[in-house]
Each structure stands twice: as structure tokens, then as C-alpha cells.
Ligand binder design. Structure first.
Ligand SMILES: [Zn+2]
Length: 283
């Protein structure tokens, strides 16, 4: 009863809200509830074109800040109990201030440093079979996590019909970089990179703590892995994926066939011919 009430409540509060603001939480009995992620207030504003947090400016309207997304006037709130945040002055919140702020900060960091911590590229074969009751899958690490310096960084540059967040080039090779805060890479971008076999990497900050400073963001984009050994980036598309997958699948099927043949040969060799006379004696 309690569980179903919780679930219903979760469904009600999820109506017309951004699904990225909620976590799916597993509870005993193989049930899931949707829980609102805490701390949804926007800590960022633009002050004379610079991104600032609400604790570094004057209180209220004296902060002289505008929303990074819509340009609306902001007022800062600096209570003792809550973390400082901005709200839109006499207007409904556009809801995009935080996302825009993180995008701006990430782009600025990449433009300044021209460096990126690229995620590992891991490829799985297409062939999955059950061998002796075990489910097996072949994987191959094409590239490990790598820090790379780039020659140029372009922000918000149109490519065909869309605008990637950042384009970084190295030796005339182009990499598209997407910063995820609430929305994953959309279908239009995804279709384009697959069709054109173009590398694209995404950095996911959707579960990042709401108040994040520039140093932490730089660390996640360029310097360090998360403590448990994983970075924020993931390949959306990489030209080596299909090629490697095809090679891996062929090799896997070849190995499997060789193993099968070897087993059959071994069985043939160990088979003892039956003496017809012996069979009669025992019959
Ligand atoms: Zn706004």
C-alpha cells in the first residue's frame, strides 16, 4: 500500500516536468519509484557578461545580474539555510538559466585550454552466443582514456543544419563536442554524425552537483577521472566503431569455428573401435 502510494505520487509530480530532473530509484520487490532530484535552483547569473554565482554578488536586485539564457533581470537570494540562488525578477523562470550557464562555462574552459580528456573507446562484437550454457560477448578496447591537446576550438559553429556545442580540431581532424546538462544529443545530430561517419563525444553533467565551480568543471572535462575510475565523456560516434565491430565479429566467429573443429577432431581420435566379437560375448 505504501509503495503504491509512493509510486502514484511520483507519477503525479512527474507530469509536465523535465525527466532529467528525476531519478529512478529501485526499491525492494523489484519496484521503481521516481524521485525528484534535490537542489533545482539556479546558482548562476551574468554580471557584466561574466558568469557569477549568487553568493559573490550583492543581495536582491542590487546584484545587477541577468539570466544567462533569456537575459531577464535576476535577483539574488542569500539566506543562511539555503544555498544562494538567483530567481527571475517579476517574471516566470525561463527554466534554462542553469543549463545555459554550464554550457557557457564548459565552452569557455575548452576555448581557453584547447585540451580534452577523451573517453575510452570500447567496442563489442555483434555475435553473442551461448557457449556451454554461458552467455559470452567479445569486447575490445580500441583506445584508453586519453588527454589530448587540440589546435583550434570553435564555439557554436553551424554544420549543415545544426550547431554542435564545440568543434575541436587536431591535425585538420575535426571532433564535435556536446555538453549534456538536461538534454541528450538529439536525433538530427545523431543521424548526421552516423551518416557522415564523424566523431562526436558527449560530456554528461546531468547528475553533477547543482553548484559546481569552474575548477570542478575543468577537472571533469580535462584533468581527472571520477574517483571510481570513470570520466564524464562518452563517444556518441567514432569512425573506428563499425570497422572494429566488423573485424571483431568475424574474428569471433572464426575462433568459434576453429574451437568446434578442434573438439570434433579430439573426439574422433579418442574413439575406440569396437570389436564385433566382443560385442557378441557381452550381448
Ligand atoms: Zn531566464
Amino acid at each position: 500500500m505504501l509503495l503504491s502510494r509512493k509510486f502514484k505520487l511520483a507519477r503525479v509530480i512527474n507530469v509536465n516536468r523535465d525527466p532529467n530532473s528525476f531519478d529512478l530509484v529501485r526499491i525492494p520487490g523489484d519496484l521503481y519509484v521516481i524521485r525528484r532530484r534535490p537542489g533545482m535552483k539556479n546558482p548562476y547569473g551574468l554580471h557584466n557578461g561574466e558568469l557569477v554565482t549568487a553568493d559573490t554578488v550583492s543581495r536582491g536586485l542590487d546584484c545587477n545580474c541577468v539570466c544567462p539564457a533569456c537575459g531577464h533581470r535576476l535577483q539574488s537570494h542569500q539566506g543562511d539555510l539555503k544555498r544562494p540562488y538567483f530567481s527571475h525578477y517579476r517574471g516566470s523562470d525561463c527554466g534554462a538559466g542553469y543549463e545555459t550557464a554550464i554550457h557557457l562555462m564548459a565552452k569557455d574552459i575548452l576555448a581557453e585550454h584547447k585540451r580534452l580528456l577523451l573517453p575510452e573507446l570500447q567496442v563489442f562484437s555483434d555475435a553473442n552466443v551461448v557457449v556451454e550454457g554461458r552467455y559470452t560477448e567479445r569486447e575490445h578496447l580500441v583506445k584508453p582514456w586519453t588527454r589530448l591537446n587540440f589546435d583550434t576550438v570553435q564555439l557554436e559553429t553551424r554544420v549543415d543544419s545544426f550547431i554542435p556545442d564545440v568543434i575541436m580540431t587536431k591535425d585538420a581532424r575535426r571532433l564535435m563536442v556536446e555538453i549534456r546538462v538536461t538534454h541528450a544529443v538529439d536525433k538530427k545530430k545523431l543521424d548526421w554524425v552516423i551518416e557522415n561517419d564523424h566523431p562526436m563525444v558527449e560530456y554528461d553533467f546531468s547528475r553533477f552537483p547543482r553548484v559546481v565551480d569552474r575548477r570542478e568543471l575543468k577537472s571533469a572535462l580535462i584533468d581527472t577521472y571520477k574517483k571510481r575510475g570513470m570520466g564524464r565523456g562518452k563517444w556518441i560516434h567514432h569512425p573506428k566503431i563499425e570497422e572494429t565491430k566488423s573485424k571483431l565479429t568475424k574474428q569471433y566467429l572464426r575462433n568459434l569455428e576453429e574451437e568446434r573443429q578442434a573438439t570434433l577432431d579430439a573426439l574422433r581420435k579418442t574413439r575406440v573401435p569396437v570389436d564385433p566379437q566382443q560385442r557378441l560375448d557381452f550381448g
